[in-house]
Write a protein that binds this ligand. Structure first.
Ligand SMILES: [Zn+2]
Length: 145
């Protein structure tokens, strides 16, 4: 996988994430349907967004660690307006913040859930959405446990 600075997929018109070199392990894991974040070798905590040092103790000693993919819906908003043409097929949709079991919060989408059934505190798990041949987004869905 290569870094990607392409803003829009020409085939679909969908906006794409910018993928910086230091983020490649995250995106390569997502392609394999895994969620990996940085884990500190000094304090043992994980963080997001991706950065050069632990956001808790500033240690530069860290590694990529596999997350459980389980979390709790911490907060959400429902978008009714399609800000780009591609989103016309998607609205209304939920943008959520998930608090992972390991601690970090991710801003993502909730898939496979009627909007009326969304509840703060509900259990969610990682789901993966292929958006191009190279890029897979980490999304979430209601937990199946
Ligand atoms: Zn640390």
């Amino acid at each position: 996988m290569q870094p990607s600075f392409k803003l829009v997929d020409e085939k679909t018109g969908r906006y794409l994430p910018l993928i910086y070199p230091e983020e490649l392990p995250f995106w390569e894991a997502a392609r394999k349907r895994e969620l990996k974040l940085q884990r500190c070798g000094s304090c043992g905590r994980t963080w997001y967004p991706i950065g050069p040092a632990c956001s808790h103790c500033f240690s530069m000693k860290w590694d990529w660690a596999l997350m459980s993919g389980r979390g709790t819906l911490h907060n959400y908003v429902i978008y009714h307006k399609a800000w780009t043409k591609w989103f016309e097929q998607r609205v209304p949709y939920a943008v959520i913040q998930v608090e992972l079991e390991e601690g970090p919060r991710l801003t993502t989408n909730l898939l496979g859930c009627d909007l009326k059934d969304i509840r703060i505190g509900m259990a969610v798990e990682a789901a993966y959405e292929d958006v191009t041949d190279e890029i897979t987004l980490v999304q979430f869905r209601p937990a199946r446990r």
